[in-house]
Write a protein that binds this ligand. Structure first.
Ligand SMILES: [Zn+2]
Length: 314
């Protein structure tokens, strides 16, 4: 990357612990329950692949709507269509769950934080070792279910104790359809194209592939380019909480993901992503993207960091 983020160096570091919180540092907030988040990951995988147009996709949408309806102040379903380059007609839905921060006469307060993850899964597992597995839909335990699981547990925390700012949780559809990027990031693009000006969040955090058993989250390249101050805050807090070894303060790969359209639209957005799923990323987009290769402990680490960022936001 051409963008040095020298301001980050030395502001955090590795405190090496995994205690889940340092006395006197943590905001007054509920703790993130990694086991409960992991059950949400399992629930999603049990729906089957969440490919647009399938029963699993419909079941996941119904589940999210029901869960969030009981937790959020407002849940908005934004249905939209997309025709792919291969003439597939996709019926897609973004789900927006809003917590607090509502200003006068039903207008959202300007100070809102946006957290997002994709809820759809890829129609194929094209990087699988065996050729016969490559047309099989992705199980999507890490690439899909992990981000949603963290957001769902955060929703429970926000319902239990309201954060100081408003929070929007956005579950985007059509991130991983493909096969090429022309037919990916569809929900994020739709959000950018259709949101009203008053809804602009002060910053956003994207969670993608946040369940690997061996977590390592360097600062994703586009995030360091577009949203260095948000990245500084997240990685600094991770270090304070004792998670510095999982959130090394260094710039990693640049990953084409849902945060790119948001950043291009002027919303500073960081992608928390471990793009090294299994040795040499060997599990990514394979039939082995299954719950056995994910971890409740990793969901908890990510959830604790994001929760702390949100509860410290003003
Ligand atoms: Zn993917």
């Amino acid at each position: 990357m051409a963008f040095a983020i020298s301001t980050l160096i030395g502001c955090g570091g590795d405190s090496g612990g995994d205690a889940g919180g340092v006395a006197g540092v943590r905001a007054d907030r509920p703790s993130f329950d990694g086991a409960r988040a992991f059950r949400d990951l399992m629930t999603q995988v049990e729906f089957g692949p969440r490919v647009p147009g399938t029963d699993g996709h419909a079941a996941q949408l119904a589940w999210m709507t029901e869960q969030l309806g009981a937790l959020a102040d407002t849940v908005i379903l934004d249905a939209f269509s997309h025709t792919t380059l291969q003439s597939d007609e996709l019926e897609l839905t973004n789900v927006l769950a809003r917590f607090g921060g509502v200003g006068g006469i039903g207008e959202p307060d300007r100070r809102r934080v946006l957290l997002l993850a994709h809820w759809d899964t890829r129609p194929r597992s094209e990087r699988s070792l065996l050729a016969e597995d490559r047309e099989t839909p992705l199980p999507g335990a890490n690439d899909g279910a992990s981000g949603v699981a963290v957001l769902m547990e955060l929703a429970r925390m926000f319902a239990e104790k309201a954060p100081p700012t408003g929070v929007d949780l956005l579950f985007v559809d059509g991130e991983d359809y493909g096969p090429t990027t022309a037919d990916m990031f569809l929900g994020a693009r739709n959000y950018v194209d259709t949101r009203s000006a008053g809804d602009a969040p002060i910053f956003a955090i994207l969670l993608d592939m946040v369940g690997d058993k061996d977590p390592r989250f360097p600062i994703e390249g586009y995030s360091s380019q577009y949203a260095p101050q948000v990245a500084q805050r997240i990685w600094g807090i991770a270090a304070e909480l004792g998670y510095g070894r999982y959130f090394p303060i260094e710039v990693g790969q640049s990953v084409n993901d849902d945060h790119v359209p948001l950043n291009q639209a002027g919303v500073p957005t960081v992608d928390i992503i471990d793009f090294d799923y299994g040795p040499q990323n060997s599990l990514w987009h394979t039939i082995d993207d299954t719950p056995e290769n994910t971890s409740a402990g990793t969901l908890r680490i990510v959830g604790e960091v994001v929760a702390e960022v949100v509860y410290r936001s003003r």
